[in-house]
Every structure is written in C-alpha cells, then in structure tokens.
Unconditional design. Structure first.
Length: 200
C-alpha cells in the first residue's frame, strides 16, 4: 500500500465521518456535531493499521535489497553468506507478517462496528488485499527457509530442489502481490466514487 493509497483512504474516512455526523442543539444556541455511529472509532483503528503498513513498507524495501544480495551470494556459491542472509530474511519476513496480521485484525475489527455500508465495503476490500499480501509473504518465507536449510550441504539434488522451489515461490509471490494491488486499486476507486456521492 503506497503513501498515495493512504492519503486516499484518509480522505475517504474524513468524508464518511462527515456523512455519519448529525447536529444537536445546545443551550448556548450553537450547533455541535456528534457521531451517529462508530465511524470515529473505526477511523482510529484504520489509522493504527496504516502505521503498521508504513513500517512494513520500510521492511519490504530492506527485504528487496537483501534479496539482491542473496542472488549474488548464490552465484558466488558462498554458503556462509547465503545462510546468514536467508536467516536475516526469515526474521525480517516474520516481523513484517506479524505487523501485517495486526493490521488485518484492526481493519477486521473496524468492519464489525456500526459504520456506513460504503466504509464497511472499502475496509472489506482493503482487508482482502492485505490477506493476499500475507499469503504472498508466507510463500516467500517458505522458499527462503528451504534455501537456508539446504544451501551448502553435500546433497546437490536438495540444493537444486531448493533453488527451483525459490524460483517457483518467487513467481507465486509476484503474481499474488499483483492480485493484491488490483484489489487495493478497486478499493481506492470505490472510495473515490463514495466521496463523489457524498459531495453530490
């Protein structure tokens, strides 16, 4: 999820918050706004989820850098370096997936609140997108672990199997991430349409 996506999400939340508000009279004669539902609480959960996703974005960039180092180390047949990089990658992916799961949990909790149907639909699509990313990173984690545990052994067949598995799972990773991006894009387009309806 990019910074642009986050901005779109926040704009959508603000507009939905306005839509969910109603006026109430006070003794001073001024109008105040109160929430007629749980939109403010849901928006706070989404904000917390976005904080997790920002951290994952930084970790993902680091993951990509280490991936290039791993490919180079494999080409040099440097077993010690391969094991170190793959071990670091496994820990990095584990940490990122934990943050991702926490973000999904927050978004799921927000969906269960008393919020506008459009907001609920938007969050449902975002959760689906994030779930896809978790599946993708689980695939990458399995591939890296297999490579870590087999590279440098005397079993050439096992190493070849690990390399093939890494290639296949990387292809699956890229495919699944593209699917996730498509769902996220759909969510953002839905948010834009909902915003237009509120303005009209």
């Amino acid at each position: 999820m990019t910074r642009t996506c986050f901005k779109i999400a926040l704009v959508g939340i603000v507009l939905l918050c306005l839509f969910a508000c109603k006026k109430t009279d006070t003794s001073e004669g001024f109008d105040t706004l109160i929430f007629s539902d749980d939109t403010s609480d849901a928006a706070e959960l989404v904000s917390q989820a976005n904080e997790n996703l920002n951290k994952i974005k930084v970790m993902y960039k680091k993951n990509e850098d280490q991936r290039e180092e791993l490919i180079a180390a494999m080409g040099e047949k440097d077993a010690e370096k391969v094991k170190k990089i793959t071990d670091d990658l496994v820990h990095l992916i584990n940490d990122g997936m934990q943050l991702g799961e926490e973000a999904v949990e927050k978004i799921s909790k927000a969906q269960q609140m008393n919020i506008e149907p459009d907001f609920k639909e938007y969050l449902s699509l975002k959760e689906e997108s994030l779930q896809k990313q978790l599946v993708a990173f689980e695939s990458r984690r399995q591939a890296v672990r297999l490579l870590r545990d087999s590279f440098g052994t005397n079993d050439a067949a096992l190493v070849d199997k690990a390399k093939l598995g890494l290639k296949e799972k990387e292809e699956f990773f890229m495919k699944t991430m593209e699917e996730s991006k498509a769902i996220s894009k759909k969510a953002n387009e839905f948010a834009k349409e909902s915003s237009k309806k509120i303005k009209d």
